[in-house]
Design a protein around this ligand. Structure first.
Ligand code: CO8
Length: 260
C-alpha cells in the first residue's frame, strides 16, 4: 500500500508507521488521519503482525498538532456535522485491539500529544517535548488530551499545561508518568523496536487481554475492574497458548504461540 502522508514498513512481526510530513512538523491533517486509519486497520487484520510502533519522520517532531492551516477556515457547523476528531478514538483506540507503542522523537503538541497518549505506552527520545498549547489558538484539546493527560499525570500538572500551554520535556514527562521510558535520541527507534519485538514475541491473545485489562482501569471502578480482570484471566486459561506456556515453563523451553 502506498501512502502520501505516512509510511509503513514491517520488521518481522512489528509494523512501523511513520508520520511523514516533516516540513509541516508532521501536522495531523485529515489526509493523515485517513491514512492512519487504513494503516492501523491493516495492522489489526494481519495475523503475522503482533505489535506496532508509531513515530514521526525528521528529527524535530512526532507531530506538532492537528493541522492548524486546515482547521483555520472551518466553521463550528462543519466541525460538529463531521464530528471532527471522533475517528481518532474509534479507529486508533477502540478498533485497534493489538498493542502499539508511540516512539516520540520531538515535539508532541496538541493533537500530537493526544495521538501519542492513544498508544499503549510512550517511549520518548531525550528531545521529546509534550504540550497542549491549544489555548493559545483560542481553543482547547479535542482528541482526548484534557482527559488522558489528567489521568496520566494528575490534575495539577495537566491543568497547568492546558492553561499555560507550556511544554514538558522528556525528563519531566518520565517523572510524571506520561512516558514509560526516555532514551538517547539516536537510540529511539532501536529501543522502541526492541521493546515492540518483546511484546510481539508474547502470546498474542494474552497481549490483547493484558492491554484490555490495563485500559479498563481508566474506565471503571476498582471492584468492577478487578472483576473484569478476573473474568478475562479465567477466559485466557482456556487457550492453547496457556497450556503451551505452562508446559514450556515446566519443560524449561521457550513457548511456541498459536494465538488461540
Ligand atoms: N499545523 C500546521 N502546520 C504546522 C503546525 C500545525 N500544528 N505546526 C507547525 N506547522 C508548520 C509551520 O506552519 C511551518 O510551516 P511553514 O514553513 O510553511 O511556515 C513548519 O511547520 C515549521 O514550523 P515552525 O516554523 O513554526 O517551526 P519552529 O521550530 O519555529 O516552531 C513549534 C516549532 C514550536 C512546534 C511551532 O511550529 C508551533 O508552535 N506549532 C504549533 C503547535 C500547536 O499549536 N499545536 C496545536 C495545534 S491545535 C490541535 O492540535 C488541537 C485542535 C485545535 C483546533 C484549532 C481550530 C482553529
Amino acid at each position: 500500500m502506498t501512502y502520501e502522508t505516512i509510511q509503513t514498513a514491517t520488521d518481522g512481526a512489528v509494523t512501523i508507521i511513520t508520520l511523514n510530513r516533516p516540513k509541516a512538523l508532521n501536522a495531523l491533517s485529515s489526509a493523515v488521519l485517513d491514512e492512519l486509519i487504513e494503516a492501523f486497520a491493516a495492522y489489526q487484520a494481519d495475523d503475522s503482525q503482533r505489535c506496532a510502533v508509531l513515530t514521526g519522520s525528521g528529527d524535530k517532531a512526532f507531530a506538532a498538532g492537528a493541522d492548524i492551516k486546515e482547521m483555520a477556515e472551518k466553521s463550528a457547523a462543519e466541525f460538529y456535522a463531521a464530528d471532527f476528531f471522533s475517528k481518532w478514538t474509534s479507529h486508533l483506540v477502540e478498533a485497534t485491539r493489538k498493542p502499539w507503542i508511540a516512539a516520540v522523537n520531538g515535539f508532541a503538541l496538541g493533537g500530537g500529544c493526544e495521538l501519542a497518549m492513544m498508544a499503549d505506552f510512550i517511549v520518548a527520545s531525550e528531545n521529546a517535548r509534550f504540550g497542549q498549547p491549544e489555548i493559545k489558538l483560542g481553543v482547547a484539546p479535542g482528541m482526548g488530551g484534557s482527559q488522558r493527560l489528567t489521568r496520566a499525570i494528575g490534575k495539577a500538572k495537566a491543568m497547568e499545561m492546558c492553561l499555560t500551554g507550556r511544554m514538558m520535556d522528556a525528563g519531566e514527562a518520565e517523572r510524571s508518568g506520561l512516558v514509560a521510558r526516555v532514551v538517547p535520541h539516536d537510540e529511539l527507534m532501536n529501543s522502541a523496536l526492541k521493546t515492540a519485538k518483546t511484546v510481539a514475541g508474547m502470546p498474542p491473545l494474552a497481549a490483547m487481554v493484558n492491554k484490555e485489562m490495563v485500559d479498563a482501569a481508566y474506565e471503571t471502578t476498582l471492584s468492577q475492574g478487578v472483576l473484569h480482570e478476573r473474568r478475562l484471566f479465567q477466559i485466557l486459561t482456556a487457550t492453547e497458548d496457556k497450556a503451551e506456556g505452562m508446559a514450556a515453563f515446566i519443560e524449561k523451553r521457550d513457548g511456541v504461540w498459536k494465538g488461540r
